[in-house]
Design a protein around this ligand. Structure first.
Ligand code: BES
Ligand code: ZN
Length: 623
């Protein structure tokens, strides 16, 4: 195994040397790429050698103690006759471990940064049931416990999890690697009156007893384990789709997600049947640290997509697309993260194109390209972090959460599509999803599959694409496809009129969607003069925008220009919104423009409103 890894390394180096000399990559180099069966360096579990097939979870949720406690019972099949099972844990207290009902002498290692502690459980060759009685700690990275006043109703507490990438181990002792799949049943006890939901078959009504039963019959990896508990209501969209949210949000959410049923059908037309039964969306309280999370059967999403005009639903298209790219065919390790996210961004834009037309999806591609350019500039054009294949050794997988896997990945697939033609590429993707359904793929396997099924020794095609330069090379390759949306040309012209002195009120913004507004603002001079900010604000009321994407960008511009009329709104925004994508650039803008004191004051007030993972990344920016 080691030999293979080294061999691939040598090939990579040889390939890079070839790129540096501006030589074209030849087919002989692609053929020698070996299938490096890499170890997942972010799990301490040995479940890859012991079949861990099923989880029975029985937990109680205590809001008083801010603690989950109970038991996790794993069904195993020790075919290799190993002497111990190792599971991942993070800040968990283990009360006892029973193997087939017998107490056993388990041991927990000291904590390793990022990874947590391996739990060593002695097992016999014929052991089948391993039961761990445990409780979560105060530093559970996956959990956000909201006090009633942090919710809409201000009456009931709320709990939710965010397990991707390696945080499931902070609420369940588990084999926590994307390649380790299992089915699960859960019994979850919560305070009476609250609803509990998981990434599984879900209730649509509150249970009188406070006890809920869940079933996930399709094997899933631990990063897709999810739980939410709160004063949650349900509204149906169509036969197989619906929306959950806090009572006070449910009607707005139902309105916003009107098209979700049609979206599932549009996705199926592209890449085959939706295989998970129902598709529901849960809108979380504003502290949710990310935009969306593709928990199977139940996407978790931020309330910042509820713009009131359905203009940010591409986020749902994205999470839905993960039902194929990610949940059905999963990245083997977090170094292969682009196989989850790049494919999903590509798929998301195909869904958006089929529903809202090419003129719409072209704008998403262009905004994404701009994000990619900004990210590459930030990371450095030669940085290894701009390769599609990541190297996250000794780092938290969170470090790989940049626009590279998303946008460079998606643009790479678009490049292939452009070269082989859409019909051929779609047939290829359909086959790819079928051939790898419910299993994992690493980058090397994908490259081999691509060569075997699409490139097929066509050296012109291979030269035009340059697979290895994209996957194992830095920056944005020169052949990166670019879209020049017609709708943005008009926006650019209107912006030009404004910067040349036409009053803002005379700018023609008829029919603009969020995308046009983002393009309009992104292209403005930096920094703007305060009078121009004021003019734009008078005409378009950006400071009061209910659209989180526009508001966040405007607030960054306001901080940069020291446009003080926006500051109270910024304060309000930061007090409620917990989405890292918005918080990080906004706090960073304050620090970069000499307003560290402002950043510190606000962060001190609002830190407790943010999810532990957001706190971790913001602590680094602000301290
Ligand atoms: N799976 C990701 C979220 C994620 C990735 C969480 C890695 C933790 C670690 C999800 O599908 C995602 O990409 N969300 C994006 C939204 C999307 C429209 C790009 C987000 O949260 O911003
Ligand atoms: Zn995603």
């Amino acid at each position: 195994m080691k030999k293979y890894v080294i061999a691939a390394g040598v090939i990579t180096l040889a390939f890079l040397a070839a790129c540096n000399n501006n030589k074209k990559v030849t087919s002989s180099t692609t053929q020698v790429i070996k299938d490096t069966i890499e170890k997942d360096i972010h799990t301490l579990s040995n479940a890859d050698s012991i079949k861990v097939t099923h989880l029975d979870l029985d937990i109680q949720v205590s809001f008083d103690k801010k603690q989950i406690s109970g038991s996790a019972t794993w069904t195993i099949s020790n075919t290799n006759k190993l002497g111990e099972l190792r599971l991942d844990t993070y800040d968990l207290t283990i009360d006892s471990v029973l193997v087939d009902g017998q107490p056993t002498n388990y041991r927990k290692d000291a904590q390793i940064p990022n990874l947590g502690s391996a739990l060593h459980i002695p097992i016999t060759a014929d052991a089948t049931l391993v039961r761990i009685v445990y409780k979560t700690g105060a530093n559970a990275r996956a959990l956000q416990w909201l006090d009633p006043q942090q919710t809409l109703s201000r009456q009931h507490p709320f709990l939710y999890t965010q397990s991707e990438s390696i945080y499931a181990r902070s609420w369940i002792p588990c084999p926590d690697g994307p390649a380790l799949r299992y089915t699960y049943n859960a019994r979850v006890t919560v305070p009476k009156g609250l609803m509990a939901l998981m990434s599984a078959e879900n209730p649509q009504q509150v249970s009188d007893s406070g006890i809920y039963h869940f079933k996930m019959e399709i094997p899933v990896p631990a990063y897709l384990m999810a739980l939410a508990v709160g004063d949650i209501a349900f509204r149906s969209i169509d036969q197989r789709t619906g929306v959950y949210a806090e009572q006070g949000m449910i009607d707005k959410a139902r309105y916003e997600f009107e098209d979700v049923g049609k979206m599932v059908s549009a996705a199926e037309k592209l890449y085959g049947p939706y295989r998970w039964g129902r598709y529901d969306v849960l809108v979380l309280p504003p502290g949710f640290p990310i935009g969306g999370m593709e928990n199977p059967r139940l996407t978790f999403c931020t309330p910042t997509v509820i713009a009131g005009d359905r203009s940010l639903v591409s986020l749902i298209a994205h999470e839905l697309a993960h039902s194929w790219s990610g949940n059905l065919v999963t990245n083997a390790t977090w170094d292969d993260f682009w196989l989850n996210e790049g494919f999903t961004v590509y798929f998301e834009r195909r869904i958006m194109e089929s529903m809202y037309g090419k003129s719409y999806s072209d704008m998403l591609w262009e905004l994404g390209y701009q994000d990619l350019v900004t990210e590459v500039d930030g990371l450095g054009k030669e940085s290894k972090d701009t390769w599609l294949k990541l190297d996250l050794k000794d780092r938290d997988p969170d470090a790989g959460l940049t626009d590279i896997p998303y946008e460079k990945g998606a643009h790479f697939l678009k490049l292939i599509e452009t070269n082989v033609g859409r019909d051929t590429f779609d047939a290829f993707l359909n086959k790819y999803f079928n051939d790898h359904a419910f299993s994992t793929v690493n980058t090397e396997q994908f490259v081999r599959y691509l060569n075997a099924n699409l490139i097929k020794d066509n050296s012109t095609l291979e030269e035009n694409i340059g697979i290895k330069q994209w996957v194992y090379g830095p920056g944005i390759p020169a052949n990166c496809p670019r879209t020049y949306p017609e709708r943005f040309k008009k926006v650019d012209a209107e912006r030009m009129r404004f910067t040349n002195g036409t009053p803002a009120a005379q700018i023609d913004t008829t029919g603009w969607t969020t995308n046009e507004w983002l393009q309009f603002l992104r292209g403005m001079p930096k920094p703007m003069v305060v009078q121009q900010m004021q003019q734009l604000d008078d005409a378009f009321h950006f400071t009061q925008s209910g659209n989180s994407e526009i508001a966040d960008l405007w607030y960054i511009m306001a901080v940069t220009a020291d446009y003080q009329p926006a500051y109270p709104a910024i304060d309000l925004f930061l007090s409620t919104v917990g989405r890292r994508k918005f918080l990080e650039p906004l706090y960073s803008a304050m620090i970069k423009t000499g307003k560290a004191a402002m950043a510190k004051t606000m962060y001190k007030k609002y830190r407790q409103n943010y999810h532990p993972l957001a706190q971790e990344s913001l602590d680094k920016i602000i301290k």
